[in-house]
Design a protein around this ligand. Structure first.
Ligand code: COI
Length: 355
């Protein structure tokens, strides 16, 4: 079926894949909903907004994003609340961050309302893809890439913005063993570390693979200059509970300003917990591990949600973190965030946007 709405063309599929999905065994990022959103940036404006069946796209082999990496993205989630309604979690925060990434990558921005409306319209078409299981959600991937077919280094003049969605379960199925990285670097000051630029993730793959070969699931990156301060984990921000205080690296131009991280900090402040967002020295974390004053370590991210860390390796030593228990802050905050998204508690921070 084809519908023309204010500047938006909607073509819906005749062959929905909904009935083929094994809803109890959702593998993260491998199942794609029926439709996708797409628009083109040409002559200085966003045009040709359309929702079409999810399908492969055709591009020139000279498409500049493929060669020079002018590409950025967002990660966000929609949830089905207890009344069966579909809600987005802090979508305007993602829209803002998307534009910050776009500016850094010398790409055009998108009006926040246009960005959020694109998601809303797509979710209206694919609302049945938002899982009913309260521990699952619909992961949303908005992204933009340079489309000029051109060989040479300059910003592209044309771009494509797209959104597709995936019903997902957990990104990490169990607490993760991590290693503090002191050889390779994810981001240097003045670089693109704070942006969700595709290349940041590509550059992190090789060191992460080396760590995975040693049995670690993830790296905790340290600063590029001295490898003295904790930064982030690439797939998520990192947080610690030390001496009963929530401690997390202050976001900077080398650390992604995570929306889950920000939410956890806001909740901790609201609960009257002492929160320290500041530079966190590796030595301080290692000392706290040695004298048992570090009681919790976890990652916070959209895909990862709240991901408990089971052990932290540094040099030749591997330190175990106490297993999660119901009175741990990260367990309480995970439960609260779940309840929040499911509408079981009041939306006191005004974070939810209904579809
Ligand atoms: C997200 O959390 O949304 C990300 O983009 C990180 C990636 C591990 C999926």
């Amino acid at each position: 079926m084809e519908v023309e709405q204010q500047n938006l063309n909607i073509q819906t599929t005749q062959n929905s894949r909904l009935s083929e999905i094994d809803w109890e065994n959702l593998l993260f990022g491998k199942i794609f909903s029926d439709h996708m959103f797409c628009m083109e940036y040409v002559n200085g404006e966003w045009t040709k907004q359309k929702i079409t069946p999810y399908e492969n796209i055709s591009l020139s082999p000279a498409t500049s994003a493929i060669h020079y990496g002018q590409s950025c993205f967002e990660g966000m989630k929609a949830h089905r609340n207890e009344k069966g309604e579909v809600v987005l979690f802090r979508p305007y925060d993602n829209a803002k961050r998307f534009n910050q990434s776009a500016i850094r990558m010398c790409m055009p921005t998108i009006a926040e309302d246009l960005f959020v409306n694109a998601l809303k319209e797509l979710l209206k078409v694919d609302h049945n893809w938002v899982p009913k299981n309260p521990s699952h959600s619909l992961y949303i991937r908005p992204f933009m890439f340079a489309t000029d077919p051109y060989v040479g280094i300059r910003p592209s003049e044309s771009y494509r913005f797209m959104v597709f969605t995936c019903p997902v379960g957990s990104y990490y199925s169990e607490p993760i063993p991590v290693k503090i990285e002191t050889t390779y670097t994810r981001a240097a000051s003045g670089g693109t570390g704070y942006a969700k630029a595709a290349g940041n993730y590509a550059a992190a793959l090789y060191p992460a693979k080396l760590a995975q070969d040693e049995g670690y699931k993830q790296l905790i990156w340290t600063d590029a200059k001295e490898h003295k301060y904790i930064e982030e984990a690439g797939t998520m921000n990192v947080m610690f509970v030390m001496d009963g205080k929530l401690v997390t690296p202050l976001v900077s131009d080398t650390i992604l300003d995570g929306i889950t991280r920000r939410s956890v900090v806001d909740i901790a402040n609201d609960w009257g917990m002492q929160v320290e967002c500041r530079k966190v020295e590796v030595a301080e974390v290692i000392n706290a591990l040695k004298n048992n004053t570090l009681t919790e370590a976890f990652g916070a991210g959209t895909a990862a949600t709240i991901a408990p860390i089971s052990s932290i390796a540094f040099g030749n030593d591997n330190y175990m973190i106490p297993p999660s228990s119901q009175n741990h802050f990260h367990v309480k905050v995970l439960n609260y965030l779940n309840d929040y998204k499911l509408g079981r508690v009041e939306d006191k921070f005004n974070w939810l946007v209904h579809i």
